[in-house]
Design a protein around this ligand. Structure first.
Ligand code: AMP
Length: 425
């Protein structure tokens, strides 16, 4: 193979045909699930005004995204998720609520690349705008479960509540102006070692003692009832109680949707972005050998749409396509995508190339997948190529065929040949 002289930028990947075929098949599967949930497909722009991207996350977001100036000096950035763009779109529209939108598209983040983490990657994303109901949150979780189940993945959804975690943090004395910093640190729990995590807390002005008690207080994962019981025994503010009441409602909804057995309560899930306000969740494979990072994540963000001009409650989720594919690969569950070619049009002598081209055009009009020799090969080389591309049949154009107004068709599996008119193909 020739040396790769020109490489894609760091953290970015090319998609070759075999992978593209798998991806397209996966997209179709996901689109079908979106359809039965009655989500409508949209796509916000790839490039946003920087102020749109920073509206909720603050200027700090610049470090984590691709931001640049256009030739007229406008500050722009590449989208890092689809939620921001859809929230901006929905804020300036007047569709009947609830608005149920989805998008499958590529994202850009200036991350430190590693396995399962890229600087450009694909997501499926669905959002419900305009509903405060906990059933909207539960529907999002159910959608994520249905998507992963459709691919045969064993997984669990770790559910949490920003309201509950915030109430617990307040009760253990985290000052209001440090709450978002604390969330951002807790979100890194999986990514960083304990020491690095404590340093991160310190960098954000939360001392090690306070950081340790935050981590201690959030160290609960298990079925909803037992985790809620633990929390009730330790914390008793009104805010904690209200947040627990909401979780009781959510558990009921998850049960009605038949996905309660897929969900655990895990208080260490808080999500990194600042816009989340309520229920949050992330899904992980339960296969210990497969990738440890999240397959999808999401939650409620009731304040974001308002930032763009129209107050509206909202909840949504997004899943990574590369991670889904990596888990499927690790579990040997990648479907076999065999792209078959109906006909390869071969010719015995270059003199017949125009007749071959006419036959090819007629086959294509009929909807057959086909191609003809454009490499100037001899017939046996053409046949070898036809079998390489999995052509089911080869149409051969020669002198005799042209005289009789026919073509020879060779079945590549049986080797059988017959002469027929083009219309009979
Ligand atoms: P997030 O918006 O960060 O919650 O991302 C939603 C989903 O996208 C995650 O659960 C992952 O499956 C996927 N994802 C996020 N960041 C990356 C990345 N850098 N590379 C590949 N997939 C990612």
């Amino acid at each position: 193979m020739p040396e790769k002289k020109f490489q894609p930028p760091k953290g970015m990947r090319d998609i070759y045909p075999e992978e593209m075929a798998l991806l397209q098949q996966a997209f179709s599967k996901i689109r079908e699930i979106m359809r039965v949930y009655n989500f409508k497909e949209v796509e916000p722009t790839k490039v946003e005004m920087f102020e749109t991207l920073a509206a909720k996350s603050g200027e700090e977001i610049e470090r984590e995204i691709y931001a640049f100036e256009d030739k007229a000096g406008r500050r722009l950035g590449l989208r890092f998720d689809l939620t921001v763009g859809m929230a901006r779109m929905v804020a300036s529209s007047a569709y009947a609520k609830p608005i149920r939108w989805f998008c499958i598209a590529d994202m850009f983040r200036y991350e430190a690349p590693q396995k399962g983490r890229y600087r450009a990657f694909w997501q499926w994303d669905a959002e419900i705008f305009g509903s405060k109901s906990i059933y909207a949150d539960a529907e999002c979780i159910a959608l994520g479960c249905d998507i992963l189940s459709a691919f045969g993945i064993d997984f669990e959804v770790r559910v949490s509540s920003r309201k509950l975690v915030e109430a617990i943090m307040r009760e253990i004395g985290v000052p209001t102006n440090k709450l978002l910093d604390a969330f951002r640190c807790v979100d890194k729990l999986q990514k960083l070692s304990k020491d690095r995590l404590l340093e991160e807390f310190e960098r954000r002005g939360i001392d090690k003692k306070m950081a340790a008690s935050i981590l201690d207080a959030l160290n609960y994962r298990g079925d909803f009832k037992s985790v809620m019981e633990e929390v009730r025994n330790k914390f008793n503010s009104k805010e904690v109680k209200n947040a627990l009441d909401e979780l009781v409602e959510l558990e009921k909804a998850l049960r009605s949707f038949g996905i309660d057995d897929k969900c655990v309560l895990d208080l260490s899930i808080v999500r990194g972005l600042d816009y989340y306000t309520g229920i949050v969740f992330e899904a992980y494979t339960t296969n210990k050998k497969a990738l440890g990072s999240a397959l999808f994540g999401g939650g409620r963000y009731d304040g974001l749409v308002g930032t763009y001009g129209q107050e509206m409650p909202a909840v949504g989720l997004a899943g990574g396509m590369e991670r889904l594919m990596e888990v499927l690969k690790a579990e040997n569950k990648l479907p076999e995508v065999k792209e078959e070619v109906d006909y390869f049009v071969a010719y015995i002598n270059e003199r017949f190339i125009d007749r071959a081209a006419e036959v090819l055009a007629r086959l294509r009009k009929k909807g057959f997948v086909c191609e003809m020799d454009i490499m100037n090969r001899n017939l046996s080389a053409q046949l070898r190529y036809a079998s390489k591309i999995n052509a089911k049949k080869v149409v051969i154009v020669g002198e005799k065929e042209i005289k009789e107004g026919k073509v020879t068709v060779r079945d590549m599996k049986s080797g059988e040949e017959k002469m027929i008119s083009v219309d009979a193909l």
